[in-house]
Design a binder for this molecule. Structure first.
Ligand code: NAP
Length: 345
């Protein structure tokens, strides 16, 4: 199996650390470059990084010297977890220098020539890459993105319903983990014993990204799905795992059994990081819960529960995913595995 050399932008941060952890022992990718801000550049990764995951910093990256976020890097492909303030310029510079860039940042997600991918749902949107390269004069480089971490939790069950019955409208309330704000993120004085009813910039993303992901690639562009989403986003006192409470109206009639079957039967992929089940539907009335379900499928499974007919909408359900794995680093790695399987890197 071909091995690709990976450079990580934002390597010292919350998502960057998850990349380092998930890439240990990966058969296709090895880390050869780590980049972060001027605060970290010039130090070894062990010196620069305040490691917040279980265990120690892996041996193979401890002594790598962190570089500034400028091309070129000693790698074949770039995984980016930069704050949006620096992502636009930097990711474009890498793509222009010939690097495939897979990004967690929101800045390019909604650009019409940039794939916004959940590989199980819309792998065909990779057809945008060629159009992007021509339009932006990128040569061999390009940018592919993965969705907002809260969208990653509810877009998969919506996709299952949309494919069979059509989604008409959605109301979603998200309960988002502390790690979603990066490190050091939200002050403990704000979040302990509390729920925060505002996450800057979040609701517009949650109200628009699923329609692009569930859109149809036609005539070299994405025809977005035509349902509306109304979102309220909360930060809650949970370390990892975003929960979404969803109410949905469908275009066609479906029984409760139909919609549970649509979710359970949604196919997974045969890539290294694919979970055995993409969507798991639990019957227990108390699930899903972040602490119990976020690591399902090594953090790559979407766990759904509380699926019921609703008094106002057609149905309601709760969906949960691991925000730094399926909602960030794990998604980027799955995207890269997909690109490799299609000989696009
Ligand atoms: P974070 O913990 O704050 O880490 C930010 C990283 O970017 C660090 O490596 C930091 O380096 C680097 N950085 C910050 N400012 C920089 C600058 N001016 N120039 C160069 N490097 C800079 O943030 P995060 O949670 O990992 O999030 C990273 C990106 O992923 C954001 O766009 C976020 O929206 C997105 N995202 C996050 C999650 C999540 O669950 N956390 C999920 C999906 C998407 P230093 O250590 O040197 O400061």
């Amino acid at each position: 199996m071909k091995k690709y050399r990976v450079g990580i932008l934002g390597a010292t941060g919350t998502v960057g650390q998850r990349f380092v952890q998930l890439l240990q022992g990966h058969p296709q990718f090895e880390i050869t470059a780590l980049a972060a801000s001027d605060r970290s550049a010039g130090k070894t990764y062990a010196e620069a990084c305040a490691w917040k995951l279980n265990g120690s910093i892996p041996e193979n990256v401890r002594e790598i010297v962190v570089t500034p976020i400028e091309p070129p890097l000693d790698c074949d492909i770039v995984f980016s977890s930069l704050p949006s303030g620096v992502a636009r310029e930097t990711e474009e510079a890498f793509a222009r220098a010939g690097f495939p860039v897979i990004s967690n940042s929101s800045v390019y997600r909604m650009d019409e020539d940039v794939p916004l991918l959940i590989p199980e749902i819309n792998a065909d949107h990779l057809g945008l890459i060629e159009i992007q390269q021509q339009k932006r004069g990128f040569g061999t480089g390009f940018i592919v993105t993965n969705p907002n971490c809260a969208v990653a939790s509810f877009a998969p069950p919506l996709a299952a319903l949309h494919r069979r019955y059509g989604v008409e409208s959605v109301v979603v309330t998200t309960l988002q983990a502390i790690s979603g704000a990066g490190y050091p993120g939200v002050s403990s004085m704000d979040i302990v014993d509390n729920v925060l009813p505002y996450i800057a910039g979040e609701e517009p993303k949650v109200e628009t990204e699923a329609q692009k992901i569930l859109g149809t690639f036609r005539d070299n562009s994405i025809d977005k799905a035509d349902f509306t989403v109304s979102a309220q986003c909360f930060r809650v006192d949970v370390i990892d795992g975003h929960t979404a409470s969803v109410r949905v109206d469908l275009k066609e009639k479906a029984t409760l059994e139909d919609i549970v079957a649509a979710m359970k039967e949604f196919p997974t992929l045969d890539l290294y990081s694919s979970p055995a089940r993409f969507i798991e539907v639990l019957e227990e009335p108390t699930r899903p819960q972040p602490r119990l379900d976020r690591d399902s499928g090594n953090g790559m499974t979407i766990t759904v529960g509380r699926v019921f007919p609703d008094n106002v909408f057609d149905y309601r359900f709760v969906a949960l995913s691991h925000n730094t794995v399926r909602g960030a680093a794990g998604s980027t790695i799955l995207n890269a595995e997909l690109l490799a399987s299609k000989n696009l890197i």
